[in-house]
Design a binder for this molecule. Structure first.
Ligand code: TXA
Ligand code: MG
Length: 332
């Protein structure tokens, strides 16, 4: 059932559902989440079951504000506090050392916890209402509300289509950011970028004065992060990344024959076939992020067998989009 998330009554219904151990489709500024009370292990287990997600892939705990950090994290390094001050509420998740009793199922037993304070007004209202309940719900665990490995949802309809009408979903409109939060591991003395997003490595460096490491630069093994598996975000069609030249030669070879091929490109192209679906990428990376997952779903709905996408630039502001595209391509 989809409820209008801007109504107080819907927010109260949603908070009560979370307190009662039920699942909720929750809009955030990044993507929609499949939410449950972080400290209710049975409810959290249902998230893993509904998504078909392995239990050792930890979930992000969403909080109403920085005050709730002390319920989950043992300590907050200075650079992590600087990132919180700069970017919360917003699309930034911090991995911090976990308090032993908190959010056990959610964290898959790891000794760290991922925390994020979303800026979406509906998410914020639900998290605030949760804190005011008796007993309060301090944290809400929410992975993206898609089946494991599939494209993340950016509208309430996407969530209802994926999980059926029995799930309570709050409609908060189309997500502004469109790709999942930037994840920074703060447990290693220096910021480590685990998943790129709308907040870039340059933004992070500016806010805390330390250039984040990439996970490839880490000596030891990092905890599993499904958003960081090589193959993820898979539409039904096979995705291939090509530069402008490769795209144009592929189109030249096709001539008038191309069918069931959708193309998402930046550079001008000449296409001989009228059966292709061509979509031009916006010039700004944030605008591409906003429409990306919806675009992949549209291509599937149109009946694409192949999706050809022009490789984005290699600059820091494109890193989040490039990452999602590379993993969508690796899934094929
Ligand atoms: O934007 C987002 O982050 C969205 C919205 C709903 O908030 N959520 C989201 O959740 O993308 P999910 O579960 O699809 O991705 C969370 C990522 C996973 O890759 C997970 O492994 C990683 O965060 N993660 C969570 N806790 C972690 C931890 N303690 N250590 C390392 N990685 C962690
Ligand atoms: Mg996900």
């Amino acid at each position: 059932m989809i409820l209008d998330g801007t109504l107080d009554t819907s927010v109260r219904t949603a908070a009560a559902a979370l307190q009662a151990g039920q699942l909720l489709g929750l809009p955030t500024e990044t993507v929609y989440g499949l939410a449950a009370d972080s400290d209710n292990d049975a409810a959290v287990t249902q998230i893993f079951a509904a998504k078909g997600r392995p239990a050792n892939h930890p979930l992000i705990v969403h909080v109403a504000g920085a005050d709730a950090i002390t319920r989950y994290a043992k300590e907050v390094p200075v650079f992590a506090q600087q990132l919180i001050d700069a970017f919360w509420p917003g699309p930034l998740t911090l991995i911090l050392p976990r308090l032993p009793q908190a959010a056990k199922a959610s964290t898959g037993g790891q000794d760290s916890v991922g925390l994020r304070c979303p800026s979406h007004p509906v998410a914020h209202a639900v998290l605030q209402a949760c804190q005011q309940l008796d007993p309060p719900v301090w944290g809400v665990s929410a992975p993206s509300a898609n089946k494991f490995g599939r494209v993340s949802p950016t509208t309430a309809r996407h969530v209802a289509d994926e999980f059926g009408d029995d799930l309570l979903v709050l409609d908060g409109g189309a997500c502004e950011v469109g790709i999942e939060s930037t994840i920074v591991d703060c447990t290693r003395g220096v910021p480590v970028l685990l998943r790129p997003g709308a907040i870039t490595r340059d933004d992070i460096a500016r806010a805390c004065g330390m250039q984040p490491l990439s996970k490839e630069e880490l000596p030891a093994h990092t905890p599993r992060a499904s958003g960081t598996l090589l193959a993820h975000y898979a539409p039904n069609a096979k995705v291939r990344l090509m530069d402008a030249k490769q795209l144009q030669s592929a189109l030249d070879i096709l001539g008038a024959d191309g069918k069931n091929i959708a193309i998402y490109h930046r550079s001008p192209l000449k296409a001989g076939s009228t059966h292709l679906l061509l979509r031009r990428m916006p010039t700004a990376p944030l605008a591409v992020a906003r429409e990306l997952f919806g675009m992949l779903r549209n291509f599937d709905d149109w009946g694409a067998k192949l999706i050809w996408i022009e490789t984005p630039p290699e600059t820091a502001d494109w890193e989040g989009v490039a990452d999602r595209l590379q993993r969508a391509a690796a899934a094929g």
